[in-house]
Design a protein around this ligand. Structure first.
Ligand code: ACM
Ligand code: ZN
Length: 527
């Protein structure tokens, strides 16, 4: 009898060990499991060697309490009190970290706060995938492959609350993404309070209805729709992101996608008319007039307020999908072309962007724009976001400009993720499966190693014409964001889609706990 019990007990232990899939996403550069376990329930204090890591220590304390009900006490002389040590390294990449779990303590070490934060994320993921907080002893040595690990969210076509935006930022933090591209203005709504121009929030933030269903049906509801972020709310979100070592790059669209602003301030358009905040999705002919000085004054005033709110080095000025229809027949635009001896309207767009770049450069900031900003000549210091395939990013890198790769395939997460479109919520079109995203390589083959250094990284874009609420944002963004995180963090030679899916099957427990409405197609994938 005793022998049988012993056998059962031993078998159970073996099973527990065989369940030790360590599911850190993105996969670390090096992960060495060792013999033996640490019971994380015995962890009862965090030790920081200096006040330098106080914010990270507070974040960890809070996360351990919220996720695992572990309440930390100060470390005392009690030998049963096992600490987590956050240790400063004298040198090294600030985003690199080492994590050691041994029989008496956990150590996270880095030269920078950001590396400590990433070590904390790995530890939390290990704990979440552990068997009852029995942590396998191990050593992780880790650092990111790319410096721009971005996710975008369109808050114009549909509006998401501050709490929802914070939740989105939490997902970025979970997967060690570090740039949140916040799409704040477009034809269908202006979402940022600008004190100097109150009509942007009184008028431009609201539309009288929205398109319903497929674009081809051309159907609309009549429900007033809108919202905006006050400057206090924006400061709150920027601080929340900063605590998670995420930079927010705000996007203020110009010269196109500007109907909402024109509805509030029609004097900024080429033709003397009235405009409505658009109920329809798409691209519209009415854009900021490039010949009118008032437009530049307006945008400079707007950017003055934007840069006081957002400390990011880059400000996104849009630049995409600007029809030249109005400019071709506008006296002021044509006068500008003549005065500045510009070749055509594409060069007028380039003039527009270059003026805005000069303005922002003088304030110590840089611009990034969609790849149309290459047309008519790239502004001298501009970075390019390559969305119409990879050509724009390649051209930028070849010309010695920084680029972020967001080609529609596979980086547009508003596309379908399953071939079985009938069972999916209506989407804009296209197909970017989890495997498509996972297998993406951001460095185009045509670049040599010097040019490749200009590829900062890549980004997933979540446009929300057909994404009606935050649950649907989660569904479209997750787990594709997790796949992209591994593209951007893990050395290409270590990537394995089957391993990633295995890891995700355990790692998604974290999303379950957060009640995340993520897409579950991967659960049916077999190795
Ligand atoms: C874009 O998708 N228009 C950048
Ligand atoms: Zn004009």
């Amino acid at each position: 009898m005793r022998f049988t019990l012993l056998l059962i007990f031993t078998l159970m232990q073996l099973m527990a060990i065989s369940q030790d899939i360590i599911s850190i996403i993105p996969q670390p550069v090096s992960l060495q499991p060792q013999e033996g376990y640490l019971n994380a329930k015995k962890i009862s204090g965090i030790v920081i060697e200096s006040g330098h890591f106080q914010a990270e220590s507070d974040y960890l304390t809070n996360a351990l309490k919220e996720n695992f009900n572990l309440i930390l006490k100060p470390k005392m002389a009690d030998p049963n009190v096992k600490p987590i040590l956050l240790r400063q390294l004298a040198t090294g990449d600030s985003a690199a970290y080492n994590l050691y779990i041994n029989y008496e303590q956990i150590i996270i070490e880095s030269a920078g706060k950001v590396g400590i934060f990433y070590g904390i994320q790995s530890l939390l993921q290990i704990m979440a995938s552990s068997n009852n907080l029995q942590l396998l002893q191990l050593e992780v040595n880790d650092s990111p492959r790319f410096s721009w690990r971005g996710m975008h969210l369109d808050c114009s076509r549909h509006f998401f609350t501050v709490d929802e935006v914070k939740k989105y930022i939490d997902y970025l933090a979970l997967y060690k993404m570090n740039v949140f591209h916040w799409h704040l203005t477009d034809d269908q709504g202006w979402r940022i309070e600008i004190k100097e121009y109150p009509k942007l929030t009184e008028v431009a933030a609201w539309r009288s209805g929205s398109m319903v269903g497929a674009y081809s049906k051309n159907q609309f509801d009549e429900i007033r729709y809108g919202g905006y972020y006050t400057q206090d709310q924006i400061r709150e979100v920027v601080a929340y992101a900063a605590q998670r070592h995420i930079t927010i790059v705000p996007e203020i669209e110009m010269p196109g996608h500007s109907l909402a602003a024109l509805a509030a301030y029609p004097n900024l358009a080429c033709k003397d008319s009235t405009f409505e905040v658009s109920r329809k999705w798409g691209v519209f002919d009415d854009v900021f007039c490039a010949g009118n000085e008032e437009v530049f004054e307006f945008l400079q005033d707007v950017l003055d307020e934007v840069i006081t709110l957002f400390p990011s080095e880059y400000i996104h000025i849009g630049g995409d999908e600007c029809p030249k229809t109005r400019w071709k027949t506008c006296d002021k635009c044509q006068q500008r072309i003549a005065d500045e001896q510009l070749r055509d309207e594409h060069h007028l767009q380039s003039y527009f962007i270059q003026r805005m770049e000069q303005y922002l450069n003088a304030k110590g900031r840089k611009i990034i724009g969609w790849d149309e900003i290459l047309e008519g000549g790239l502004a001298p210091n501009a970075a390019v976001m390559s969305w119409r395939g990879t050509k724009g990013g390649i051209a930028a890198a070849q010309a010695g400009h920084f680029a972020v790769m967001t080609p529609g395939k596979p980086c547009y997460f508003d596309h379908y993720q399953s071939e079985n479109k009938n069972t999916e919520p209506h989407a804009i079109g296209g197909l970017n499966t989890l495997a498509d995203v996972y297998n993406y390589e951001p460095i185009p083959e045509s670049l040599n190693s010097e040019q490749a250094k200009f590829i900062l990284g890549a980004q997933g874009n979540v446009w929300t014409e057909y994404i009606l609420n935050f649950a649907q944002v989660e569904y479209m963004a997750l787990p594709r964001m997790a796949a992209l995180s591994e593209v951007l963090w893990t050395p290409a030679s270590l990537k394995s889609y089957p391993d990633f899916v295995d890891h995700l099957k355990t790692n998604c427990k974290i999303l379950d706990k957060l009640n995340t409405h993520y897409a579950k197609h991967f659960l049916n994938e077999k190795r």
